[in-house]
Design a binder for this molecule. Structure first.
Ligand SMILES: Nc1ncnc2c1ncn2[C@@H]1O[C@H](COP(=O)(O)OP(=O)(O)OP(=O)(O)O)[C@@H](O)[C@H]1O
Ligand SMILES: [Mg+2]
Length: 243
């Protein structure tokens, strides 16, 4: 049965969809089948990241309305055959716990990982996803309001029974002095009250990969960061390698 990984944040625009897509690629490049479920109704972006925006015939909204079978809404990534996507509904619609459970029930045996790319914030969508998740990845940038949001999201996941909860620091500047007003990464870890599992660097090529629908080059530093993150989630002891 697939491990269900939820990707959340308090504040918006911190890199949840980037983490969902590139973590999914990292698993899938190692031949682990991955299904990305985009829960951000009305704010679709993973179709662009995977280069499949022209191929979305059915989406989460169609599944919810019953106007297609779940399998009809699954799109395969052209550059990564083990990675598939169900795109977010084009218009705002509530994604219930039942909908998420139905998809997991139908396809959980076909995938090793199902990644739930959640909307920002600590609303009902996150609660519904939390009830279905095995692991919650909370994304935060080195920004005080994002860190506070991460703590709120982590607390919500805890209250909805997500036993494994981890912090991913996104868009971390390579130069420590640019972290200001945050002094160091420990401050983010302490402020979020979550255990760190990965750091992703601020990097124009990572943004370009999301905008162009092409994979991250394997020489890119963040390619290695996502590979390491995927291995840690598999339970391997890969040092965080900074501080
Ligand atoms: N490591 C990075 N380096 C540079 N840019 C990044 C990085 N990660 C994400 N971005 C950029 O930041 C913006 C927001 O990222 P993304 O869409 O992944 O965030 P999000 O948390 O999913 O947003 P939302 O809350 O709207 O769903 C995008 O333009 C993305 O390309
Ligand atoms: Mg997003």
């Amino acid at each position: 049965m697939a491990k269900i990984i939820l990707v959340a944040s308090g504040k918006g625009g911190v890199g949840k969809s980037t983490v969902s897509a590139l973590l999914g690629e990292a698993f899938a490049f190692k031949k682990s089948p991955v299904l990305l479920l985009e829960l951000d109704s009305g704010l679709r972006s993973l179709d662009v990241a995977l280069g499949v925006s022209e191929h979305v015939l059915f989406d989460m909204g169609d599944i919810i309305r019953g106007s297609c079978e779940t399998k009809d809404a699954i799109i395969n990534c052209p550059f990564c055959p083990d990675l598939s996507l169900i795109a977010a509904a084009a218009k705002p619609v509530a994604v219930t716990e039942e909908t998420i459970r139905k998809i997991i029930g139908e396809f959980g045996n076909y995938y090793e990982f199902i990644i739930l790319d959640c909307p920002a914030g600590i609303g009902p969508e996150l609660e519904n996803a939390a009830k279905c998740a095995d692991l919650g990845l909370v994304v935060a940038t080195p920004d005080p309001s994002s860190i506070r949001g991460a703590r709120a999201a982590g607390n919500l996941l805890s209250s909805f029974g997500v036993k494994e909860r981890r912090l991913v620091i996104e868009r971390c500047p390579l130069k420590a002095k640019k972290l200001s007003p945050i002094k160091n990464l420990d401050e983010i870890i302490d402020g979020s009250e979550l255990q760190l599992i990965g750091v992703i660097w601020e990097d124009p090529a990572t943004r370009d990969s999301m905008d162009s629908g092409e994979p991250l080059d394997d020489s890119n530093t963040n390619y290695e960061c996502f590979r390491a993150l995927s291995e840690r989630i598999r339970g391997k002891n890969i040092p965080l390698g900074f501080k």
